[in-house]
Structure formats: C-alpha cells, structure tokens
Design a protein around this ligand. Structure first.
Ligand SMILES: [Zn+2]
Length: 477
C-alpha cells in the first residue's frame, strides 16, 4: 500500500468509528481511490427504512420502522427487525432514516469548472458562452481531473451513489483525467462517451474494454447529439452503440428551438430506436413522439433544476409516466450550479403542481423518491444491482440524520425528505459497502484539496480562453 493510500484508509476508518484525522496530503494531480475493506456492518434500529422494495415493507416504498440492514461483502445481506450482527461492527441508526443512495441519471461532471457562468442566458446562449469555447482551448487531464473530482465530492455530499457522466470528451487527455477522477471517487458510474472526436468508435471500444475491468463499479454508453444536419455522425454513433452492445445517450427536445432540428426524425433515420436509448430532458415532444419513445422502450432523464435555470421548459412528466416511460432524475452538470438531489426532487414535484394547478399531479412524494433511486437505476439498466435495499444488491445506501433544525419537528419522513431535506442531512454514504461519507463529513482534506485544484484549473482554462481571444465567462477572475 502506498503512503497516501494508507493515510486515506486511516482517515476514513477514523471518520467512521470516531475521532477525526490529521490533515490530508498536499494537493496532488490524483488522489487514491476510495478504499475497500471498511468491513461488514450491521446498521441497527433505524427509525425508518425506506427499502424501495414493496416486498420488504409497507406501501410502495417498502417502509420498515425500527429496522436493521446487514452489509456483507459489499452487498446487502439482510433487511428486517432484530437482525443478528454475528460479531460484526454495528452502527446505531436510532432516529435516522436509511434508504438507497440517489441515482443521478444525467450529469456533465466537468462543468463544475463553469459554475455560475452566464446566469442570464438560455440553453444555447449558455452553451455559446460557457461550453463551446472550452472545446477550443487546452483542457487536459489535470484540469478535467480537478473539475470532475470536485463534482464527485459534491455528489457524495448530497447522497448520490451512482452517476451517469455524459462526457464531452474534448480530447484524449481530458478523457483520461475525467475517468481517473470518476474511479477515485468510489462512486458507481456510467461513462457516456461522445464518439464525435477523432478516434470514434475504436476509441470508444478501447475505453469500454478498459472499464470492463471495473466490474459492476463502472458502465459505458455512447453519447451523441441528434440532428438531421449531423445525421451521418448520429448514424455512426448508433452503429457504434449497437456494436458495443451499450445504450445510446442523447439530449432530446431540451430547448424550445430543438424541434426545428427534427431530432426525433433523425433518431428514426439513424436506427437509434433499434437499440437501447436514453433520452435526456425530453421536454419539447409531441404526443406522437412520446408514444414513439414509449413504444421503443426509451428511458428518460428528467433534469428539473437545469430546465429551470436555462429557461428550457417543463417536461410533461405525468403524461410521459402515463405512457409507460422509465424516468430517472438527473442534476445535469454546471447548470445545476451545485449538486442537490433534495432540491431536484422538490422541483420535480413542484413544477408539475404549478403547471397543472393540482396537488395530486404526478409525481407525488413516493413517486419522486422512487424516481430518484430505483427509477434512475432502471433508466440506466442497473436495477438488478442497485436502487433498492433488496438483499443481494450492492450495498449502495445512505443514512439521513433527521435530528437537525431543518427537519424538526419530525412528522412524515418520506414527505420531509422531499420537502425539507438538505445535503447536510446526509450523514453516511455507502457504495459497495464502503463509507464515502461518514458522520456527516467527507474524509479530512478532500474538499480543501479539490477546491484548491479546481481554482488552479479554472485559472489555467480562463487564461487559455483569453490567449485564444475567447472572452472568459463574466465574473471569472
Ligand atoms: Zn446534459
């Protein structure tokens, strides 16, 4: 074990069982992956287990009051009351809520580097000001690592355990840094690789092969952008996804301007509907197009915070759910300006209530909790391994401390998670049974190191933008 890995192991163990830990190592280009071997654990006496498995408890959320969860070998071994610890380490969850970790079905993690950029622009204005210029300047491994590292720490902070990262793959170095930060995070991830850059499908195949070695910890998709104007590129992406036996992942109907690009027609002509397809946003679609998506078993990522920020519109969520589409929640990168799955759930509920002027509009509280966990896992094809506390699945779960002022007085756990939950309530985050957050904190030094590294990266990227004549985003130094 190298010294820095050993230090991180010691820090995490110290955070899990008691006192804090000495300051972390100096900022480095890379940090060690979250350690394995935190050990088997009995989580005891939670005031509420939200299992997301109706077979395990009451109602659609499978609720168990006063329940225990046994973690063994990175899996959920048992769920119930009065479980025997068999000498294992235990964690008292009295007064707390245990539930599956959140699944972020759509994100662009590198975009943490452009937080706050062009706050007065719509989607295309924001892309022109904040995203496209970064494809024209050096944005390499170190900068990508710093940006994605910061984003993943934010995800862990808000209780995300699985993320789909739609990568713009600006250059090979960027991809290397992007993937290294994902691996170091300890999160379960799906890497959606944009096949447009040089290298195309052969490079996609190489990356997929590389990720195969990660086992259940990592997955792969092919990312593309559907327009009739770029039909050949879309055809190649759809062909590549088929060849690699992975889903194609596209932004669809995000802006009111998108229907002019005949995106659904482009998907039809490219053969994209013949394979597995995940569509992000899916706001500006006709009834016929929604029906078409449902017929082809398309999965959808709903990103309410991003849609609000970029004036994109409101997905017709009840109609899409009614059509039988699988729908997960996403944070969608820089446009969310800070990862918060609680705010995302609340927005998903609130937007439909405001749009339809009905307090019974879909999604209700149970619906949105499912969408943020098992629904997202279904949209990513990972529901056999994560998204609920079903024994046999990987131990991806969170513990919420509901004793804080923002939760008081406790009345209705599920409703309060959605309506007044905050990332600060996330006390523990486990992925594969490993604690990535414990006692409400990330391992000592991680955030400080990440902030320093991303500030330096942002400085380099902005200098490159200036040198190339591109005006840096307003407000940046
Ligand atoms: Zn997106």
């Amino acid at each position: 074990m190298n010294p820095s890995l050993r230090l991180t192991v010691l820090c995490l163990v110290a955070v899990l069982v008691g006192p804090g830990c000495a300051s972390g190592p100096e900022p480095a280009a890379s940090e060690p992956r979250a350690p394995h071997g935190v050990g088997d654990l009995l989580i005891r006496n939670a005031s509420l287990l939200i299992t997301m498995d109706p077979a395990l408890g009451e109602g659609p959320l499978g609720i168990v009051e006063g329940g225990d969860v046994l973690l063994e070998g990175g899996r959920i071994a048992a769920v119930g009351r009065g479980l025997e610890g068999r000498g294992r380490k235990s964690l008292d969850a009295s007064g707390k809520i245990v539930m599956p970790g959140f699944v972020d079905t759509h994100d662009h993690l590198w975009q943490s580097i452009i937080r706050g950029c062009a706050a007065d622009r719509d989607l295309y204005g924001w892309l022109e000001a904040c995203v496209y210029p970064l494809g024209r300047v050096p944005f390499g491994a170190q900068d990508a690592y710093a940006a994605v590292r910061l984003a993943t720490l934010g995800l862990i902070g808000t209780g995300v355990t699985t993320v789909l990262d739609w990568s713009h793959a600006f250059n090979p170095g960027f991809v290397e840094g992007n993937l290294r930060a994902l691996r170091d995070s300890g999160l379960r991830f799906v890497f959606a690789y944009w096949v447009a850059p040089p290298g195309g499908c052969s490079e996609a195949a190489r990356i997929q092969q590389d990720l195969v070695g990660e086992g259940l910890a990592a997955g792969f998709q092919v990312a593309a952008h559907p327009t009739l104007a770029n039909l050949d590129q879309l055809k190649e992406a759809a062909r590549c996804a088929g060849e690699l036996h992975v889903p194609l992942n596209v932004h669809l109907g995000e802006s009111p301007k998108d229907p002019q690009q005949k995106q659904v027609r482009a998907l039809e002509l490219s053969g994209a509907f013949d394979g597995s397809l995940l569509a992000d946003h899916a706001i500006h679609l006709t009834d016929r197009e929604v029906e078409l998506l449902a017929r082809h078993r398309v999965a959808v990522a709903h990103n309410p915070l991003s849609n609000m920020r970029l004036a994109s519109g409101i997905m017709r969520l009840p109609e899409m759910h009614g059509a039988g589409l699988r729908i997960g929640l996403g944070l969608d990168g820089g446009t969310a300006d800070g990862p918060d799955m609680f705010a995302s759930m609340k927005a998903a509920v609130g937007l439909q209530r405001a749009r339809l002027q009905s307090a019974s509009a879909y999604p209700g509280i149970a619906d949105v909790l499912r969408m943020a966990t098992l629904g997202g896992a279904e949209a990513l094809g990972l529901d056999k391994i994560t998204g609920s506390l079903t024994p046999g699945k990987r131990a991806d779960l969170i513990i919420l401390d509901t004793k804080g002022a923002n939760f008081a007085p406790r009345w209705d756990g599920p409703s309060q998670i959605v309506l007044n939950g905050q990332p600060a309530n996330v006390e523990y985050v486990f992925v594969d049974g490993r604690a990535l957050k414990a006692e409400g904190r990330l391992p000592e030094g991680q955030e400080k190191n990440a902030v320093q590294a991303v500030e330096a990266a942002a400085h380099r990227v902005r200098a490159a933008l200036s040198a190339s004549g591109v005006r840096p985003p307003a407000g940046g130094d």
